[in-house]
Write a protein that binds this ligand. Structure first.
Ligand code: ACO
Length: 312
């Protein structure tokens, strides 16, 4: 039982915060941020803009793009780690916002920066089992809820945004979400975690070291499992955390840099939204074309990591 991608949408908050703006409010420089991370700017949601607002905006665009209505969807999965409310889920709130009338199931996945790969993994399982026919997968984060402007080592790294993808069941087993792999190591908790007072605790160098090991490993596993090599892949969309992590992963996998999609320079790290937002953005800009094969490795807090192979 296969599936195919039938719609996409993205949403970025209006406010763009450049490195120059950080230079004015903390002891940092554009040069430090650019050389260490590749980030030049990020989008910050307004104080009253919520994860549900951003997720709903991306979802509406994906429905428009697919030419269907919310009642044509039979499951919503949202990858997010930054919901304003502990309950109900962002997914259920999005269904309400979009006016769903068919009682569709909806739930959230908490996989931090690997959240959208965990969501793709769930979607693949639901298609394989034949339980659902048309799934909307959303990645949405308001990372600024956790950004502490007095901590220059993390404040400059993150941004807000959302992306949405719609997949439907198809007879082809070589389209849509073809394969996924997800992993975790709770022993890596100390690398990167949220704190009870909503801050980010991060051991930057250790997080970096694990990311450049785990993402290539997951990508290799997926290629081996699918019986393909780097030459068969049209695009690699690594989790958009840091340009140095991205280029290091590309080198380890022997991928030429012109096959690597980079949005971290403009969006910074949007965690569970990153890969979905990057793909929707690439479609909007005509960079990725229908039918191309995309490899999606990701890594994040947990530690969690994984990869997906998608024919778009
Ligand atoms: N501006 C200027 N200086 C800074 C800043 C800043 N914004 N932040 C930290 N520094 C300083 C530190 O205080 C430290 O100064 P010190 O040496 O006087 O103590 C120094 O810069 C550290 O510099 P480096 O060792 O060169 O930093 P490094 O090369 O390790 O880069 C970074 C730091 C960018 C955080 C790196 O470790 C990294 O990318 N880690 C991965 C983190 C990440 O991507 N997290 C996102 C979530 S996980 C994920 O999504 C994969």
């Amino acid at each position: 039982m296969g599936n195919r991608l039938i719609g996409y949408g993205s949403y970025l908050p209006e406010r763009i915060v450049t490195n120059a703006e950080f230079e004015r409010i903390m002891d940092t420089t554009d040069e430090w941020i650019t050389t260490r991370t590749g980030i030049k700017q990020r989008h910050f949601a307004s104080a009253d803009e919520t994860v549900v607002d951003m997720a709903s905006a991306a979802a509406r665009r994906a429905l428009e793009n697919a030419g269907i209505s919310i009642d044509d969807i039979d499951l919503i999965i949202v990858a997010t780690t930054t919901p304003e409310l502990d309950f109900p889920s962002v997914g259920v709130q999005v269904a309400g916002r979009l006016g769903a009338t068919n009682n569709i199931p909806a739930f959230d996945v908490r996989g931090a920066c690997t959240g959208y790969i965990y969501a793709l993994h769930c979607a693949r399982a639901f298609f394989t089992s034949g339980i659902h026919n048309r799934i909307m997968l959303i990645g949405a984060e308001k990372m600024t809820r956790f950004v502490d402007m007095s901590d220059r080592s993390t404040a400059v790294l993150f941004g807000d945004g959302a992306g949405a993808l719609i997949f439907e069941r198809s007879t082809s087993s070589y389209s849509g979400i073809i394969d996924t792999v997800v992993m975790s190591d709770g022993g890596g908790f100390g690398c990167l975690h949220g704190t009870p007072d909503h801050r980010i605790s991060m051991n930057g160098p250790e997080t970096y070291r694990r990311a450049v090991l785990c993402m290539p490993d997951a990508a290799r596993y997926i290629m081996q499992h699918a019986g393909i090599t780097a030459e068969n892949v049209d695009w690699i969309i690594p989790h958009q955390a840091n340009l140095r992590i991205i280029t290091s992963c590309a080198e380890k996998l022997c991928f030429p840099l012109d096959k690597i999609l980079v949005t971290v320079d403009r969006h910074a790290n949007t965690s569970g939204a990153s890969g979905v937002l990057a793909l929707a953005h690439a479609f909007d800009n005509g960079i990725i074309k229908p039918g191309q094969l995309v490899l999606y490795p990701a890594f994040g807090s947990g530690l969690t990591w994984g990869a997906a192979l998608i024919r778009v």
